[in-house]
Write a protein that binds this ligand. Structure first.
Ligand code: ZN
Length: 338
């Protein structure tokens, strides 16, 4: 069933289906929550349940997923659904006033086929100030047949007056079990890989589905490359590594794999069960490093990493912060050898 495609999200799902079942649908909804956890998919399933030509006979409202309306909604060609999103090719994607005019033109006419004239606004926090104010006018006096679904991971960036006119449904990441179950269904995947993605993608299924697993693994492997004594033994090697890492895009990704590697090292120094490690296949190396480390040593490294994480937003020189981190890192984990 189409609503079942949305992993988890039982709360929002129940509210939408209740509204559909009672024909008590509001004019504006705000789907709020992390990126990649099914908000947009839920909006499309909502639109399908409202517009399906051959809905399944069941006491739970849903759509067939196969009729013309359902297929056109999936492909974005349904005449009663307008999808608005920021222009993606820009550094600072925005939803502009022209797009709000398009919304006005869309909702002014009665629906042709569906029960409602639906407008899905993805990344609604990207409305420019002008566009948001213009949109507010439509939202203050919506045509009876209109339905607005705003999707955002940054609800506080929306005008409070826009937010207050919407019924907010909060979305949260799936549980590790839901996440791994969904991945197992969609992609035949080894349990170790599913667990790896579950931790690194923080159970956001949409993020996992657009992630290249082998690419992700090779980036995480750089942590273990840095752990080898030879990699950072020479100061010039530290400077070179710092320069390379400072150019990595996106930079938060470097912080992410360093933090995950240090977390594993911390767990091993604490003698935690191997099951909890992200990189279980590296247990031998981690144990070898942990022999000369205390948990406090690793916590100190996490503190230095925290400074590094703040470098881009605190106007600090990223490369210097990386050099500082790598020197600390090497001195700490190879103290005995020094
Ligand atoms: Zn259908």
């Amino acid at each position: 069933m189409p609503f079942a495609d949305v992993i988890g999200q039982e709360g929002p799902k129940r509210k939408i289906r209740t509204a559909l079942g009672q024909a008590a649908i509001g004019h504006a909804y705000l789907f709020s929550g992390d990126d990649g956890i099914g908000k947009r998919l839920m909006a499309l399933r909502f639109a399908q349940a409202l517009s399906c030509e051959t809905p399944p006979s069941s006491n739970q409202p849903d759509s067939c997923g196969q009729c013309r309306a359902c297929r056109q909604i999936d492909s974005g060609t349904y005449p009663d659904l307008l999808i608005i999103e920021p222009e993606q090719d820009k550094a600072n994607p925005q939803i502009k006033i022209d797009q709000v005019r398009e919304i006005e033109r869309h909702v002014i006419y009665r629906p042709l086929l569906s029960a409602r004239k639906i407008c899905l606004i993805d990344d609604a926090d990207r409305l420019t100030a002008n566009a948001a104010n213009a949109f507010l006018k439509t939202l203050e006096d919506p045509p009876d047949h209109s339905l607005f679904i705003l999707v955002t991971s940054q609800p506080l960036r929306l005008l409070a007056t826009v937010r207050s006119r919407c019924l907010t449904l909060r979305f949260s990441p799936a549980t590790p079990e839901q996440f791994q179950g969904a991945l197992a269904l969609r992609q035949a995947m080894a349990i170790e890989d599913a667990r790896f993605l579950s931790q690194v993608c923080r159970n956001r299924i949409g993020v996992a589905l657009r992630t290249d697993l082998s690419d992700l693994r090779s980036r995480h492997d750089r942590f273990f490359e840095l752990c080898r004594d030879e990699t950072l033994a020479h100061p010039t090697a530290v400077l070179q590594q710092a320069e390379d890492l400072s150019k990595a895009q996106p930079f938060p990704d470097v912080i992410d794999w360093l933090a995950h590697g240090l977390r594993d090292l911390l767990l091993v120094t604490l003698g935690t069960e191997q099951d909890l490690l992200l990189h279980q296949s590296r247990i031998a190396l981690l144990q070898q490093l942990a022999e000369s480390l205390t948990p406090a040593d690793v916590v100190d490294l996490l503190d230095v990493l925290h400074t590094l994480e703040q470098a881009p937003t605190h106007n600090l020189n990223l490369q210097l912060c990386l050099e500082n981190f790598l020197f600390h890192f090497h001195q700490t984990i190879h103290r005995d050898a020094a």
